[in-house]
Design a protein around this ligand. Structure first.
Ligand code: NAD
Length: 238
């Protein structure tokens, strides 16, 4: 399939863990609902943070170390190239917490589930997230905010509200094409976005090696790995 992008088109892209799989970062539902051997409820929820911040930091420190070693793959690069061809008409929303899109050259993007390379106060004290790529060996190494709160990963835990939802909804309402890559369609609200885009009149395409749970909502489903499909997918017309 080829997506021909015309001068009146606006492209909204949603990516999930699958786009980083070919960079060596495991997806999340790969083995029995475990992520790298951890149960999600033990490390990715507000309750886990309350109960056992040391395990939460051990998990996210390991994720930081893996993400720092990974490199963008041809799928990240294809999206960055597309953005450079339509700078004001392209918007990228990623569920991923790695920074491979930025390292490939993407500029107009939001991380709706947060960023591994940042930390923030555990309390809603108003202090903004800070750059933090540290791989902590113990909880004692983790710093504190000026208010006294412990720094936590700048990650949207399950049960917390995703970031930038107003901006995402505005961009979805303007889209004429929506491209979704490498996400299982099981994490909400992201799994609803295809319905919102269809409602706004966009054509919708999914790319990945398995059908997502919300496959029926797409106008096209392209079966394949992101790094093989995306570099050949777009044709930008003047
Ligand atoms: P998921 O693990 O539920 O689903 C991954 C999807 O990617 C699957 O549908 C699978 O078929 C597909 N996939 C596997 N290899 C692919 C490839 N080469 N090309 C294209 N698709 C491929 O992931 P999700 O739906 O993104 O939800 C999991 C949540 O976990 C996300 O919200 C994200 O925040 C987090 N997560 C992030 C990372 C990361 O930042 N790299 C990694 C794992 C999980």
């Amino acid at each position: 399939m080829t997506i021909s992008i015309h001068s009146t088109d606006r492209v909204f892209v949603l990516t999930g863990a699958g786009i980083s799989a070919e960079s060596g970062l495991p997806t999340f539902r790969a083995s029995d609902g475990l992520w790298e051997g951890y149960r999600i409820e033990d490390v990715c929820t507000p309750e886990a943070w309350e109960r056992d911040p040391a395990s939460v930091w051990a998990f996210y420190s390991a994720r930081r170390a893996a993400a720092q070693k990974a490199k963008p793959n041809p799928a990240h690069c294809a999206l960055a190239k597309l953005e450079s061809q339509l700078p004001e008409r392209f918007f990228l929303c990623t569920q991923n917490v790695d920074d491979l899109h930025e390292r490939a050259g993407s500029v107009h993007l939001v991380h709706m589930h947060g960023e591994l390379a940042k930390s923030r106060c555990e309390y809603e004290c108003g202090a903004p997230p800070v750059e933090d790529r540290a791989v902590y060996a113990s909880l004692a190494e983790v710093g504190r905010c000026g208010c006294g709160g412990r720094l936590r990963p700048h990650i949207v835990f399950f049960g917390e509200v995703p970031l930038e939802m107003d901006r995402i909804q505005r961009e979805l309402a303007k889209a004429t094409w929506m491209l979704v890559v490498g996400t299982s369609g099981s994490v909400y609200p992201a799994a609803h976005f295809v319905h919102w885009a269809r409602h706004a009149g966009a054509r919708t395409v999914y790319v990945g090696p398995e059908r997502p749970l919300n496959a029926a909502a797409f106008t096209h489903v392209v079966d394949g790995k992101a790094g093989e499909v995306l570099p050949e997918l777009f044709q930008v017309e003047d």
